[in-house]
Design a protein around this ligand. Structure first.
Ligand code: ADP
Ligand code: 5GP
Length: 184
């Protein structure tokens, strides 16, 4: 089975995906390739495969990606076919942490095999506050992410489930319920 998580940046998607990875043994994160630089403690092959734009373009030509997007101007992210195979061979369900457009595309590809979950912030103001507190992005980057968030919110109805991440503990419980229902 495939679990897709998409959300405007700062909604709490990474927090919630990490919670699931820590609490369930039957799921595994699909590690994307990206052309952006590692942030903080990020390591190659753990959060992402950090590759050059040249290598990324070569992989596109080789049809090595299930899907890829230029999520931010000049920054590419993509899911390698080999990554899905690796996780399925290990007998695990695949978790996608991808942008909204990518999430919709992957849901279309996998249909009923996939549960597409949209994590929504309670409001754009709450989003600004979380991104500022997280402290990983410049004020310009934060404005860029907020502008994108407003557009992404419009696509929420295309997902199987929308979870509004207001109180974190409540969202985790809702998520547990959704997964129990889908994965059994
Ligand atoms: P995303 O992966 O969607 O960009 P993060 O998981 O990094 O978002 O969350 C953004 C920030 O908001 C982090 O600092 C995180 O600790 C915090 N956060 C996550 N969920 C909540 C919540 N329900 N209430 C308040 N802060 C939250
Ligand atoms: P960040 O730079 O904050 O790690 O990620 C930015 C956005 O890119 C997030 O919404 C993340 O989910 C998305 N993303 C990560 N990997 C992929 C991918 O393989 N494909 C797509 N379409 N989006 C991705």
């Amino acid at each position: 089975m495939i679990l897709i998580f998409s959300a405007p940046s700062g909604s709490g998607k990474s927090t919630l995906v990490q919670y699931l990875l820590d609490t369930r043994q039957d799921i595994e994160l699909s590690i994307s390739a990206t052309t952006r630089a590692p942030r903080g403690q990020e390591q190659d092959g753990r959060e992402y495969y950090f590759i050059t734009p040249e290598r990324f373009e070569q992989l596109i030509k080789e049809d090595a990606f299930v899907e890829w997007q230029q999520v931010y101007k000049g920054t590419y992210y993509g899911t390698l076919r080999s990554e899905i195979e690796r996780i399925e061979n290990a007998g695990h369900h695949v978790v996608f942490d991808i942008d909204v457009k990518g999430g919709i595309n992957v849901k279309r590809m996998f249909g009923d095999r996939a549960l597409a979950i949209f994590i929504s912030p309670p409001s754009i103001e709450a989003l600004r506050e979380r991104l500022t507190k997280r402290g990983t992005d410049s004020p310009e980057k934060i404005e860029e992410r907020l502008a994108k968030a407003e557009i992404e919110m419009a696509d929420a109805p295309l997902f199987d489930t929308i979870l509004v991440n207001d109180d974190l503990a409540t969202t985790k419980k809702e998520l547990d319920k959704e997964l129990a229902k889908f994965l059994g």
